[in-house]
Design a protein around this ligand. Sequence first.
Ligand code: COA
Length: 376
Amino acid sequence: MTDFSPGLAGIPAARSKVSYLDGSKGLLEYRGIPLDILAQKSHFIETAYLLLFGNLPSASQLEKFDHDIRMHRRIKYRIVDLIKCLPESGHPMDALQASVAALGMFYPAKDVLDPEIQYLSAVRLIAKLPTMIAAYARLRRGDDHVQPRDDLSFAENFLYMLTEKVPDKVMSDIFDTCLILHTEHTMNASTFSGLVTASTLSDPYTVVSSAIGTLMGPLHGGANEQVLTMLSEIGTVDKVRPYIEAKVRAKEKIMGLGHRVYKVKDPRAIILQELAKRLFEHLGTSPLYEIAVEVEKVGEEFLSDKKVYANVDFYSGILYQKMGIETDFFTPIFAMARVTGWLAHAFEQVKDNHIFRPREIYEGEHGRPYISISDR
Ligand code: COA
């Protein structure tokens, strides 16, 4: 039993050059470049290229990649019809998983080692996920699906498809940086699930739909929704201290604080807080922001000895809410960015593939008699 590690905690599942994380220093690098530098200097499409292909693109490589993604934003009317048929009471992540699985049926990609197939699948998935997410947001409330616009940037186009309004530059730049922050995060549950699927040589659409299914769970992608609920429940700044005291006394978790790997403030939370401040300067503050800052401050007083600090989910929900995005779309937006990391890992996996086949420790009985139904 000594070799059993629940959740495979601490057991390496792959060798990878995609990203690196040092939880004690709060360092996250994509392909060796620190995240804070990418957040300042890069944009989502360039960062996606870096993750997928290992290096920052030259000007002509970036121009082609960006152009290809713009040209593949449209989705087939049959996918739109499929999304129309999904119940409006369902979760957008279910809708996204179903549409990505269906998407793969239109673009057979059986030879997963073919670089051309890998490139085109990545382009299609990065380009079409936002269109499918925005289509579900609109169709579920009875509005028409908004066609993507090739002349808009990736971030502008997504916010445009949601609202039919082209966002201003401050908002679209902030949204683009949020995507960079969610693009990749080493070996986590959804990336691992994508890797397991990739290791069977399934096509990239199936890899991504597996990973979406894993991201959907409340222990992975859903905490930012719960942070918003918590902040709304607290209601005012003066109620923060008694709320935190009661939670700590009851040994209950405070949403948006703590992380499996980071033992300092999550570097993504630091950047998201700055982005939130910029957005509020531009659009007016959010009443939840003052409460969040107080939760973080009082939370630190009580929990810093356990190395529990704000994580990526702490400020992202407040920020997306201010942009007018519905709460149940926060995780699909996470998926829209993370598709790049999932694919980068999947392509690395198939290059030197071993199908995942872990062992289990059998704890059941042996040699039991079969009792006929009349005697049971
Ligand atoms: N609020 C209050 N106490 C917390 C806490 C939180 N959010 N996160 C951890 N702690 C406490 C634990 O109760 C534990 O205390 P103990 O030693 O007295 O038992 C100690 O800090 C260590 O916590 P542990 O559960 O071992 O941390 P972990 O690394 O296993 O868990 C999380 C990390 C993310 C599961 C956990 O911090 C959590 O549930 N956070 C809230 C949900 C959330 O925001 N999730 C998104 C993560 S990106």
